[in-house]
Design a protein around this ligand. Structure first.
Ligand code: HEC
Length: 139
């Protein structure tokens, strides 16, 4: 099939960019920043540690949030699923009272605690892209 001359110029870059946008991402690709995880850690200690433990080991009816058990429960789901779950249900004694940015920082901290590597930019929960980032168990 023959495209008009002008289309021949813009079509390849457009196709390339849409391919990139559609490519599935993994939480192993460095999807949050170190600074963001550090902010999340401070918030975790204030809001979550009393139930889930300072070392995320869980206790007293609250599950662990780091390690093999946690990864087993969340593998195959997306980072967006984790964000939405936390925003809707955590902390159980006052669900959803934090800002989106704070829940995003908490997700970053959980990813870092589960040995997902940090990357150059903050995780962004404002658009649908976060739902395309898969939580993969260790390769
Ligand atoms: C008052 C106690 C309490 C507090 C505070 C609390 N949680 Fe929870 N959390 C729980 C309980 C209980 C569950 C299990 C809920 C269930 O199974 O339905 C849970 C489950 C979770 C899960 C799912 C774990 C899994 O493997 O399925 C995540 C993630 C989580 N909490 C994150 C947080 C974060 C982040 C905070 C701080 C903003 C927080 N929680 C604060 C009690 C708490």
């Amino acid at each position: 099939m023959k495209y008009p001359v002008r289309t021949r110029y813009w079509l390849p870059p457009v196709l390339f960019v849409s391919l990139l946008a559609a490519a599935p991402r993994s939480a192993r690709d460095g999807v949050y920043s170190k600074a963001q995880a550090t902010r999340g850690k401070a918030l975790y200690e204030e809001e979550c540690a009393k139930c889930h433990g300072v070392t995320l080991g869980g206790g007293d009816g609250s599950p662990d949030l780091a390690g093999a058990g946690f990864l087993d429960r969340w593998k195959g789901r997306s980072v967006g699923d984790l964000f939405t779950y936390m925003k809707k249900t955590m902390p159980t004694d006052d669900p959803g009272h934090l800002a989106n940015r704070q829940y995003t920082d908490l997700v970053a901290y959980l990813l870092s605690s589960n040995e997902f590597p940090a990357g150059p930019t903050d995780l962004d929960a404002s658009g649908p892209a976060i739902n395309e980032i898969a939580i993969d168990a260790k390769p």
